[in-house]
Each structure stands twice: as structure tokens, then as C-alpha cells.
Design a protein around this ligand. Structure first.
Ligand code: PAF
Length: 282
């Protein structure tokens, strides 16, 4: 019998997941907000390498958008997304119509790696992500879940939450997938017009040059200031941060120390579109 591919009901989803579990299958989960691109498909590919069944979800999560952000205009093409997931070898898509009941009143307060960086500019964001990811984990009950390193702070926040709340789920990171000019792939890149897209392609080059300067011995403050200057010179509207942080805790570092793995993280606005990128400093 052919297994159904798209599930909209949590009850049916659980029945399928438990049927798989009873026959010894393992499940890897890839949560998404749709508008899929090759970056998402690389997460599916990684999931397939680690588990016998791959589940993806598509849900544009209202609690991670602040008022005035792009919740209503966020690109939605679920039919096309489901086709792409099927072709990539995903076994099941969870496509809930809504995830929050009328009386929903529970929140999750995240700390540790969630503090600073993105939170300084989008204070609502990680609480919304933590809430939806927890709810999706409860629905899918996967053995593992895959998150892209483009949203590096999100990856660490989820990892910390899962550990703090004793969720029996392994969290795997997957490398950033880039366009030919190095721009990190993101569903929001499609908002960029032609000029914006050309400017955006510079961000990865500036990130790489800044990383090299730090590795060659330039102090973090000077290298970050130079990178901020270069970002504005390249045509960006503004810079939210250029920062170096500990790879695991995301504690901000003012000095690069030998033997302490670090990450360089950048957020900047290009023609009204907010872009983030990061790389390892090693
Ligand atoms: O990274 C994303 O696409 C979203 O933040 C996630 C993890 C699917 C939660 O809505």
C-alpha cells in the first residue's frame, strides 16, 4: 500500500510515525516555512543520510514575526514545495493549517545562545521559533532534526533548548548552501531587486575578508569596524552587527584565542531586506 505523502492532521501524522517506529524505522525531521530552495533540499539530503524516514513540515509561523514584518507577504507556494520535497526523497510532509488554538497562552522563554545578536534586533524571534519547534517536535516525535547553519544562532538556541528541556531528539547542523556569487541561500533573497541582488552578493566576500583579517591577527574590534565600513561602501543600507562569538555558547569574544573555536556573524540590510551570514573562524 502506498503511504500518504501530505498530512494536515496531527492525529494521522502520529499514527503514521508510530507505525514506522513499530517497524523499526528511524525518523529525521526538517522543519521549514516553505519557499524552498536548494539549501532546504540539502537538509533533506542530510536527513536521508541519518535516518530511514524523512519528515518535513511547512508552516509559516506567526509567532516568530513581529508586527510590521513580512508575515503576510512571506512567499507561499506549498504545492511547488511539496513537489520539491517528494523529488528530494522526503517520505512525508506535515502541512498543518494552523498550529495555535484560539486560547493558546503558553510561551517558552529562551536564554543562553538566544541572547544578543539577532535578539537585540528581533526580540520576539527566538521565543517564537522555540515555541513552534517544540510544538512540531511534539507532533512529529522525531529521533533527530536538521537545522541549517545559515541561521547559526537559531541552531544553537534549539540545541540548548532540547538539552535543557530533556527532549530526546538529536539536533544536527548542516552547512550553508550558497549561490554562485557566494550569497547564502534564503527564502527572503527573492525579495531583492536586481540592484539589491548585486549588492547582496558582496556580503559573503566581506565576511570572508573579515574572517581572514582576524585569522591573520587583526584585532576583532578593528576587523569588525572595517567590515561594517565595507558593507556600507558596497551599497547596503545599514549593519545590525558584525560580531565574533564562541562556536558553542555564542558568548561574544573581543579577542581570538588559540584553541577556542569561534564564529564570525553578520547581519545587514540591503535595499530594505535583512540578510544574515556567518562562517567559522579557523
Ligand atoms: O528556519 C526556519 O525556517 C524557521 O525558523 C523554523 C525553524 C522552520 C521555525 O519556524
Amino acid at each position: 500500500m502506498r503511504t500518504k505523502f501530505i498530512f494536515t492532521s496531527n492525529t494521522d501524522l502520529r499514527a503514521q510515525i508510530w507505525a514506522w517506529r513499530r517497524s523499526g524505522e528511524t525518523t529525521a525531521f526538517v522543519p521549514t516555512m516553505g519557499a524552498l530552495h536548494p539549501g532546504h533540499l540539502s537538509l533533506i539530503a542530510k536527513a536521508k543520510r541519518h535516518a530511514s524516514k524523512v519528515v518535513a513540515s511547512i508552516y509559516v509561523n506567526e509567532t516568530q514575526f513581529a508586527k510590521g514584518e513580512d508575515l503576510n507577504t512571506y512567499p507561499r507556494n506549498h504545492e511547488q514545495d511539496c513537489k520539491m520535497l517528494k523529488q528530494a526523497g522526503c517520505d512525508l510532509v506535515y502541512l498543518p493549517k494552523s498550529m495555535y488554538g484560539d486560547h493558546h497562552s503558553t510561551t517558552i522563554n529562551v536564554g543562553g545562545p538566544a541572547l544578543g545578536l539577532e535578539t537585540a534586533h528581533r526580540p520576539h524571534f527566538f521565543a517564537g521559533v522555540a515555541l513552534i519547534v517544540t510544538k512540531l517536535f511534539n507532533c512529529v516525535q522525531p529521533d533527530m532534526a536538521i537545522f541549517g547553519e545559515k541561521d547559526y544562532q537559531q541552531l544553537l538556541t534549539i540545541r540548548r533548548m532540547v538539552s535543557d528541556l530533556d527532549m530526546p531528539i538529536q539536533i544536527l547542523g548542516a552547512p550553508i548552501v550558497r549561490e554562485l556569487d557566494g550569497l547564502a541561500m534564503s527564502s527572503r533573497n527573492q525579495y531583492l531587486d536586481e540592484t539589491g541582488r548585486m549588492i547582496a552578493g558582496q556580503l559573503n566576500l566581506i565576511l570572508g575578508a573579515c574572517a581572514k583579517n582576524i585569522m591573520d591577527g587583526t584585532d576583532i574590534k578593528t576587523a569588525s569596524q572595517n567590515a561594517q565600513h565595507d558593507i556600507i561602501k558596497a551599497g547596503f543600507d545599514s549593519v545590525d552587527y558584525v560580531a565574533v562569538a564562541d562556536t558553542k555558547s555564542l558568548e561574544l569574544l573581543s579577542k581570538k584565542r588559540k584553541g577556542r573555536p569561534a564564529r564570525l556573524l553578520i547581519a545587514a540590510h540591503c535595499k530594505g531586506i535583512r540578510l544574515i551570514d556567518n562562517c567559522a573562524l579557523n
